[in-house]
Design a protein around this ligand. Sequence first.
Ligand code: XMP
Length: 327
Amino acid sequence: MVNDRRPDDMVRITTPELADAFIEEQISALREQIGNKKVLLALSGGVDSSVVAALLIKAVGQQLVCVHVNHGLLRKGEPEQVIEVFKNQMKANLIYVDATDRFLDKLAGVTDPETKRKIIGGEFIDVFAEEAGKLDGIEFLAQGTIWPDILESEAGIKAHHNAGGLPEDMKFELVEPVKILFKDEVRVVGERLGLPANMVYRQPFPGPGLGVRCPGAITRDRLEAVRESDAILREEFAKNGLEGKVWQYFTVVPDFKSTGVKDGKRTFDWPCIIRAINTTDVMEVTVEHLSDELIDHLVQRIITEVPGINRVLIDYTPKPPATVEYE
Ligand code: XMP
């Protein structure tokens, strides 16, 4: 019997034993619900969809079809990790769609942040629906809905981002195996399912991805500068024990250039902004103060390794007044 709502007396899943018990319970519930039918899942590589995928692979194996849409706005190494973990290690039935050109072509010249978000969200649904249309006999759609999503949509705080969104004619029964869990519980369960720690404990990442960190009209070269500088920042945070300690950290490459000098020649390149923040609810945010040594090292790496960057800035603004993301 699957619980539709989190029981009031449910013990918080904080230990491997509690996670194992939850996993066992879900596996039999999933097998009962799905039988010998097929299930479709949009696997982004985020914590929730990854844990749902791992649970379903355990429960129904090849009856699960995962679709990973690379919209070209993912962080460095993310699509590769999804393929490595789910296809190579867990032997999942995974369809990888590189839709980079399609997304970036649609986004070309678009400067308005909300229009960018709409294009990314809309195109994602189109690509996913197209892939689903190529498959036969799918009856279920799995989603990484978690308990706070349900509470927030009930309270009218935000539209339930997992539900809805799909075209009307896609009629599936929903499979939501982590919908009674809080985020921290999803992570414990994910670890027990054998997912890598950097996948289970990763920082929040917006759905529109690096698109909102490349303010204004996205160009491939500036997007690449965001991706490369973000990879350097993540690498240095991990090396310096800040991974898993700082809530969210990333780089932004704004759409303006300034003068610089390199090898005796004038340059005219973008700045790269570093933002690292801490929070509990993202309504109010404080900044993480970095050591001078780390700042110097980050500046050196970014200006030497990232093409198109000649200046590094640090954003030490709390929220309010500044939001976490730049658009
Ligand atoms: P802001 O910028 O509103 O961000 O202070 C608060 C948190 O939400 C994330 N964020 C998003 N997540 N889709 C998402 O899935 C979005 O469009 C989006 N915009 C912001 C942001 O990264 C931060 O954690």
